[in-house]
Design a protein around this ligand. Structure first.
Ligand SMILES: [Zn+2]
Length: 246
């Protein structure tokens, strides 16, 4: 049977001499892999359709209980030109793809993740603020993953008057629960942290209008992900260096 699915390419890995393996998040089958033959030869018709961070239509023979399939044809549906040409946007696309890859299981229902990632790529390609999109996307993914940071009060005692944010505790701490002699966070930082958790990716414009996220916000969420999800994102190192001068 010849199946055709829409999917977002999360990564492309070299395989044998001229082939590559694509990790693709699909709407229908969740995350699956394709062996794409001959993609490294310039003459390959599939070549432009196997770039990471693009949306494509993939034809293959579906088999139950399999996670890797031989790719017959691929056709690009959304190439995201600006996202690929601008190095900062490309770095954020790579970070979002790594988050998605790390936070989804093969062959599990990933409809919501798919919708979120496509939306995030649309936004980045259309010029949205990258730190803000990355933060809002990561928070949505953390929610699906079951590690949403606490944003209503102190993680430990529920006190609504909060003093600082702790990656280790996974959210706000009040002055009583904060480590002794620790410095409190600026109220604007506390407010922004809460907004980023509550807003949702669909409200990116509202967050941008309120000043948007800072790289330090993204780092905080990434620290929480590492602490509570056990996930280290290698692509953040490059992202971090790239945005060093701000
Ligand atoms: Zn407390």
């Amino acid at each position: 049977m010849n199946d055709e699915v829409s999917g977002i390419i999360l990564k492309q890995t070299d395989y044998k001499e001229a082939d590559s393996i694509l990790t693709v998040l699909t709407r229908e089958y969740g995350k699956i892999s394709f062996v794409a033959r001959g993609t490294k030869k310039m003459t390959s018709r599939n070549r432009s359709a196997v770039f990471p961070y693009t949306v494509g239509l993939f034809a293959f023979d579906y088999r139950q209980n399999k996670t890797m399939f031989s790719l017959k044809t691929a056709r690009t549906q959304k190439f995201y030109r600006i996202l690929h040409e601008d190095i900062e946007r490309a770095a954020s696309a790579s970070l979002l793809a790594e988050m998605t890859d790390a936070m989804t299981m093969e062959r599990s229902d990933s409809q919501r993740e798919y919708i979120l990632l496509e939306k995030a790529y649309d936004l980045i390609n259309d010029g949205a603020h990258v730190h803000t999109v990355c933060c809002l996307f990561l928070v949505e993914m953390m929610d699906l993953f079951g590690i949403l940071p606490e944003a209503d009060g102190c993680v430990r005692c529920g006190n609504h008057i909060v003093y600082t944010i702790s990656a280790k505790d996974g959210g706000f701490l009040c002055k009583n629960c904060a480590p002794p002699f620790s410095e409190g966070k600026d109220p604007a930082d506390l407010k922004r942290f809460r907004l980023l958790i509550k807003a949702g990716l669909e409200h990116v414009k509202i967050v941008e209008d309120a000043g948007g996220a800072k790289k330090s916000d993204l780092r905080l969420f990434i620290d929480i992900l590492e602490e509570h999800g056990g996930i280290h994102l290698r692509s953040f190192d490059f992202y971090d260096r790239l945005f060093a001068i701000e």
